[in-house]
Design a binder for this molecule. Structure first.
Ligand SMILES: [Zn+2]
Length: 153
C-alpha cells in the first residue's frame, strides 16, 4: 500500500519555508476548486472535464492539457472509508425502517441493494477525484529516502 507524502514536510524544521506545503509555487489561474473538480470530474490543471474515462475510472491523461493522471496514486483509501461510512448509514436507515414500518424482507432487499450500490459508486467517484486533485495541488508523491548530505543543501 502506497502512502502519498509531501517530500518537504516541515515537521521538525521550524523556521524554514516549505513551498510545497504552502502551495506558493503553484499557478493559480484556471484551476478549479477541489470540490468542484471532484464533483464534475475536472482536470486539476486546466479545468476541462477529462478526469474520468469511466464512471469511477481515471483517464490516462488529460485530453486538453496532457496532464498524466497515471502519475498520481489514489490507492484504495477511498474504498475502505466509503465501505465503512456508507455501510453504517445504510444499516442505520434499514434498522429505522424496520422499527417504524416493519416491511417484509423483500422490501429491504429491493430498496437497500440499489441504494447501496448507487451511494458507493457516487461517493467513490467524488472521493477518488478529490484525492487526485489534492495530490496534484499539494504535489504529493510517495515518500523517498534522502541522504543526510543531500538534505543539508
Ligand atoms: Zn487538463
Amino acid at each position: 500500500m502506497a502512502v502519498p507524502l509531501c517530500r518537504n514536510l516541515c515537521l521538525g524544521r521550524l523556521g524554514r519555508t516549505c513551498t510545497l506545503v504552502t502551495g506558493d509555487n503553484l499557478p493559480k489561474q484556471g484551476q478549479p476548486e477541489t470540490l468542484q473538480a471532484a464533483l464534475f470530474g475536472l482536470c486539476p490543471r486546466c479545468g476541462e472535464k477529462t478526469l474520468f474515462r469511466t464512471f469511477v475510472g481515471f483517464a490516462d491523461t488529460c485530453r486538453a492539457c496532457g496532464l498524466d493522471y497515471r502519475s498520481y496514486n489514489v490507492g484504495d483509501g477511498p474504498a475502505a472509508f466509503l465501505t465503512l461510512i456508507i455501510g453504517a448509514l445504510i444499516c442505520a436507515l434499514a434498522l429505522t425502517l424496520e422499527v417504524f414500518v416493519k416491511p417484509p424482507f423483500w422490501v429491504h432487499a429491493l430498496l437497500w441493494t440499489p441504494v447501496t450500490v448507487a451511494a458507493v459508486f457516487g461517493a467513490l467517484r467524488v472521493s477518488k477525484g478529490a484525492l487526485l486533485v489534492l495530490e496534484h495541488k499539494n504535489e504529493a508523491h510517495e515518500g523517498q529516502l534522502v541522504d543526510a548530505e543531500d538534505e543539508g543543501s
